[in-house]
Design a protein around this ligand. Sequence first.
Ligand code: ADP
Ligand code: TRP
Length: 330
Amino acid sequence: MRILSGVQPSGKLHIGNYFGAIRQFVELQHKGSGLYFIADLHALTTIRDPDKMRSLSRDVALDFLALGLDPDKATLFKQSDVPEVSELSWILSTVTPMGLLERAHSYKDKVAHGISPDHGLFAYPVLMAADILIYRSDVVPVGKDQKQHLEITRDIAVKFNQTYCKGFDPATGKGGVLTLPDPMIMEDSAVVPGVDGQKMSKSYGNTIDLFAPDKETQKKIMSVKTDSTPVEAPKDPDKCNVFALLKHFASPQELAAIREQYVKGGVGYGEFKKKLVEFFMRQFGEARKKRLELEKNTDYVDDVLRKGAERARKIASEVMDDVRRVTGLR
Ligand code: ADP
Ligand code: TRP
């Protein structure tokens, strides 16, 4: 089973990203042959600063390696290191109906928010289809927001196969050159709240980042918003942001004990926040150490990405041979 997913290099990772997405990616590397790429070509639709592009792309690689992606098990690479993807993207665009792209929610949302769309934004789902189809991916784990992009990918694959492969049966997906992928929509793990109690998100500036310096992390956690219940009074854990965050880190036994302290009273929010700092460090301490080491070892990271790209290109060029043959380009 080939598992593939891409991550845009769009900023620093926070614990919402980890519990909502990255943790699943890292676990999936044991379930099949995983291909994970840094979607830098997609990110060009929003990042126009070359230094930022370089550093954010590198950050994704460091983050994934630090969080346990094993480059001997899974293939980690940069999207732009496989130029065949752009070629396939063009070929697919010639069988993609305009209406299919005009209906894309993410495109429509951005336009509705006043972003003046360029062709890259409009064609975004076609490039994404190329990413997926060029490796004959079986399973594509993504968040809910990407579900429609996967449906578009399947539609494009069907269209291509119907156009160029005589024996193709759309009902079974058999007999085509391009494999129809199955989406794996990642379970909505409980939404991780930010320090202000809203959903944690880069866009809200309320994140607890995975790899910020210790002092900053501590300060962030100590700043989580709580109500003004005095130390001695009983507190409602189910209305507390600190408790909502603790849930992601604590074992069931630890959580039960903390719940009791809330209900009994006598322990202040500051103490619970300190516990959260402790649990955060317990969970991410090793990854944080590893990331600092990786930052110093840029040759190693470059080497992982180079080898990853080599492996990915080998698969991509096999598929492209078939695509060029059936389209008459070769
Ligand atoms: P952000 O909102 O910070 O820009 P993204 O939209 O880039 O984050 O999300 C990347 C992934 O992380 C998505 O799969 C999303 O489901 C997950 N994710 C982001 N924020 C949270 C959160 N607060 N709780 C749970 N999962 C989250
Ligand atoms: N569009 C995805 C996102 O913003 C990233 C992505 C690009 C992707 N190509 C992909 C995800 C292929 C899965 C498969 O999150």
